[in-house]
Design a protein around this ligand. Structure first.
Ligand code: AN7
Length: 373
């Protein structure tokens, strides 16, 4: 057994880093692909349905795959500070990897609109947290302006190393299944991750392998996880924050899924190419549907993801029920972030299932027996 040390060491020959770039890693990647047979049966569906639980990355989201690459490259180039705008998860990852690298992280977050766990992460890792009176899109605009003159490296997904890291999730899926799924369902905010997955699947199919600087399309990796077929990519947005459904930027995006409260996606054009090339589609979900699916997944399968992440599964279930995703399909849903980041959203609904009793054996026993009857 060799110790797993993260996506850079594992996929080094597929990533555009200089050979002497020292990986800044927290052991990200190698997340489980969990099969949801029980949920599929309970829903009366017929499908091979999986969730790729990216919430099990070191800082609890898929951002770690991109951040290990962005920070590794930034340090290699001699950068002493990184900056990002964030709905929460990017700032958590930036803060952690900057701490690991011994550099400064500046994070711009929208006032009052990021989940508590994510804010705690940025703070505990010692990032400079700049809370702006504005939303993510305002923050992103400011970051781009500031980075023109200040000596800081942007680590939002407009940094191409981010998507290069995030494409490795597709590699892992192809490795795990032995092929690409028929459909890949994924929540969309800035649309960086849907783009990154398409890059990954395409490379597994031998398309775009020239992007690999070291192997010229002939590296050993392709032997392990090659696939002829690529999935149809399906991107789901929150209805109040759905520029891909409206055909242009949304001025005041609103959703309880704060991670994807983004009105002006940074990977707008690439995401449309993904839709086109993969013959996929975009769709939207109401907040209530997203929350219901988050609960369903937690109760039926023991997987706790954050609301934004549940959008992928919520959409996949709806499309399986309608037949838009045909019965018998192999479907992978990305669960982008961990539910522990945002406990408020669960507890706000009340302490369901909580039983309060006196500290006496007889009373506790009765409470048990009543519920087992
Ligand atoms: C849990 O942290 O943009 O479509 O600033 O945290 O690649 O933007 C987060 C995005 C989905 C959307 N799920 O991914 C940020 C940020 C979760 C997320 C997305 C995000 P993209």
């Amino acid at each position: 057994m060799t110790r797993y040390t993260g996506i850079i060491e594992h996929f080094r020959n597929r990533l555009p880093l200089a050979p002497d770039a020292k990986a800044i890693s927290l052991g990200e990647g190698a997340t489980p692909l969990i099969k949801l047979d029980k949920l599929v049966r309970a829903e009366g569906l017929e499908a091979e349905l999986y969730v790729k639980f990216e919430g099990l990355n070191p800082t609890g989201s898929f951002k770690d795959r991109g951040m290990t690459m962005a920070v590794t490259q930034a340090v290699y180039e001699g950068s002493r500070a990184i900056i990002c705008a964030s709905t929460g998860n990017t700032s958590a990852a930036a803060a952690a990897y900057a701490a690991r690298a011994g550099i400064v992280a500046f994070v711009l977050i929208p006032e009052g609109k990021i989940a508590l766990g994510k804010l705690a992460q940025a703070i505990v890792h010692g990032a400079v947290v700049i809370q702006i009176r504005g939303n993510f899109d305002d923050g992103m605009r400011l970051v781009k302006e500031v980075a023109k003159t200040a000596p800081v490296t942007i680590v939002n997904s407009i940094n191409p190393y981010r998507l290069q890291g995030q494409k490795t999730a597709a590699f892992e899926i192809v490795e795990a299944l032995g092929r690409a799924p028929d459909f890949h369902c994924i929540p969309v905010g800035n649309a960086g991750n849907i783009t990154a997955h398409w890059i990954g699947y395409s490379e597994c199919a031998g398309i775009g392998t020239e992007a690999c600087l070291h192997c010229q399309g002939d590296c050993a990796f392709l032997g392990v996880a090659s696939t002829r077929k690529r999935p149809r990519m399906v991107g789901y947005q929150a209805a109040g924050s759905a520029p891909f459904l409206r055909g242009g930027p949304v001025a005041n995006p609103e959703t309880i899924a704060t991670a994807i409260r983004i009105g002006d996606p940074q990977s707008w054009a690439p995401a449309w190419i993904v839709r086109e090339e993969s013959d996929g589609w975009f769709d939207e979900l109401e907040d209530q549907e997203i929350l219901a699916t988050q609960r369903l997944l937690a109760e039926k399968e023991g997987v706790f993801c954050e609301p934004a992440s549940a959008a992928s599964l919520s959409g996949a279930l709806r499309d399986l029920h309608s037949g838009k995703i045909p019965a018998g399909s192999t479907v992978v849903c990305t669960l982008t972030g961990n539910g522990l980041k945002d406990p408020d959203i669960i507890l706000k609904d009340g302490l369901r299932g909580l039983v309060q009793v006196d500290a006496e054996q007889g009373v506790v026993e009765r409470a048990l027996l009543e519920r087992l009857a």
